[in-house]
Design a protein around this ligand. Structure first.
Ligand SMILES: [Zn+2]
Length: 321
C-alpha cells in the first residue's frame, strides 16, 4: 500500500464519519413534510394519527399502530430466543468498507427500536374480534426480513392457529429479504408462504396492509397471499419487486415504465390490491366490516335498535302484549 492509497482510505473514512446522522436528531419535536414542506409539531401529528394537513402519511411507529388497532390491552408476542440474525458472520475484509461487520448494524437497530427483530407482533381484540397482528418496523433496517424475522413471523402464525383467532393482519413496510444472510434469509420467503397456507387451512381471514414501501422478497412471497390487500393511503409507493432504476437497467431504458409504477393508483389499476383508503384512520373500521362479512358476524343489535323508527317498535310491542 503506497501513501496515495493510504490517504484515499483515510479520506473515505472521514467522509463516512461526516455522513453519519447527528446524535439527537430524533429528539426534535418537529417533523418536516416531504410533500408540502410544512413543519409540524409532533404532538399535533400524534393527535392526527401522524397524518400531515396535506394528507401525507408519516411512518407510524409499530407501537402506536398496535395501540390504534387493538380495542384496549394486547399481548406482545416476543421474538424467539437464540435465533442467529447474522448466520454468515458477514463482514468486509478489505476495500473502502473494510472492517464493516453486519452484526454491529443489527445491534444498532435493536438499540434504536428496542425490538429484537424488525417485527412487532401482538395478539388481542380488535372490535371484539380475536386477532394477531404482525407489524414491520421501517426503523429496523428498513424492515428487512432476515432469519430472526422469519422465525418471529412463524411464531406469531402458530399462536394465531393455536388460539383459533378470528383474523390475521400483517402491516407491511419492508425493503425485502436481508441480503446479508444469504440462503438462510431467502428461506424466509418459503417459510412465510407455508405459514400463510397453514393460517388459511384453519379458515382464518387474512388482511395485508400496505403501509408504505414493500419490495423484493417480502413483496414476492407472503404479501399477495392474503384474502384482502388494503393500501393504507394514496401516499403509498414503491410496492414492487425491484425499483425503477433496476427495472430500467433490465429494460434498457425507462420508456416502458409507467409513471404510476409501484404507486397506490398504479397497483389498483393493475388489479393487484382490493382497496386504497383515504387515510389510515379508516383502517380499523374497514377491517372490522370485511371480517364481519366473511365470518358472517353481524353487529349485535337490541330488538329496539333493529327498528329504524322507535315508535314502530313501541306499536309492535304493545300489539304483541
Ligand atoms: Zn404535508
Amino acid at each position: 500500500m503506497n501513501w496515495i492509497t493510504r490517504w484515499k482510505k483515510i479520506g473515505i473514512k472521514v467522509k463516512q464519519i461526516f455522513k453519519k446522522q447527528p446524535i439527537g436528531q430524533e429528539a426534535t419535536d418537529w417533523k418536516n413534510c416531504p410533500q408540502c414542506k410544512k413543519i409540524s409539531y409532533k404532538p399535533d401529528l400524534f393527535d392526527n394519527s401522524y397524518i400531515c394537513e396535506c394528507s401525507f402519511h408519516f411512518d407510524l411507529p409499530p407501537k402506536l399502530r398496535l395501540d390504534y388497532l387493538f380495542d384496549s390491552t394486547y399481548e406482545i408476542i416476543e421474538a424467539p430466543e437464540n435465533i442467529d440474525p447474522d448466520p454468515l458472520n458477514f463482514e468486509v475484509k478489505d476495500g473502502a468498507r473494510e472492517g464493516y461487520k453486519y452484526i454491529n448494524k443489527i445491534k444498532k437497530y435493536r438499540k434504536v427500536t428496542g425490538q429484537q427483530t424488525a417485527l412487532m407482533c401482538a395478539s388481542g381484540s380488535i372490535s371484539n374480534l380475536n386477532a394477531v397482528v404482525v407489524c414491520f418496523n421501517p426503523k429496523f433496517g428498513a424492515g428487512r426480513f432476515g432469519p430472526a424475522e422469519n422465525e418471529h413471523f412463524l411464531k406469531a402464525a402458530n399462536i394465531a392457529i393455536q388460539k383459533k383467532v378470528d383474523i390475521w393482519i400483517v402491516v407491511y413496510q419492508s425493503s425485502g429479504i436481508d441480503v446479508h444472510t444469504g440462503v438462510t434469509g431467502l428461506a424466509g420467503m418459503t417459510k412465510s408462504i407455508i405459514a400463510m397456507n397453514e393460517i388459511k387451512k384453519n379458515n382464518i381471514p387474512t388482511f395485508c396492509v400496505a403501509a408504505r414501501a414493500t419490495a423484493g422478497g417480502t413483496y414476492a412471497s407472503s404479501f399477495f397471499m392474503h384474502d384482502f390487500i388494503i393500501i393504507e393511503s394514496k401516499c403509498v409507493e414503491n410496492l414492487l419487486f425491484s425499483g425503477k432504476r433496476v427495472t430500467a437497467n433490465i429494460l434498457k431504458g425507462t420508456d416502458q415504465i409507467p409513471d404510476d409504477f409501484g404507486t397506490a393508483p398504479g397497483i389498483m389499476k393493475s388489479g393487484l390490491a382490493d382497496i386504497t383508503l383515504e387515510n389510515r384512520k379508516e383502517l380499523k373500521d374497514t377491517i372490522t366490516k370485511l371480517a364481519n362479512i366473511i365470518l358472517k358476524k353481524e353487529e349485535t343489535k337490541t330488538t329496539e335498535e333493529a327498528y329504524e323508527n322507535p315508535e314502530d317498535f313501541k306499536k309492535t310491542a304493545s300489539t304483541a302484549s
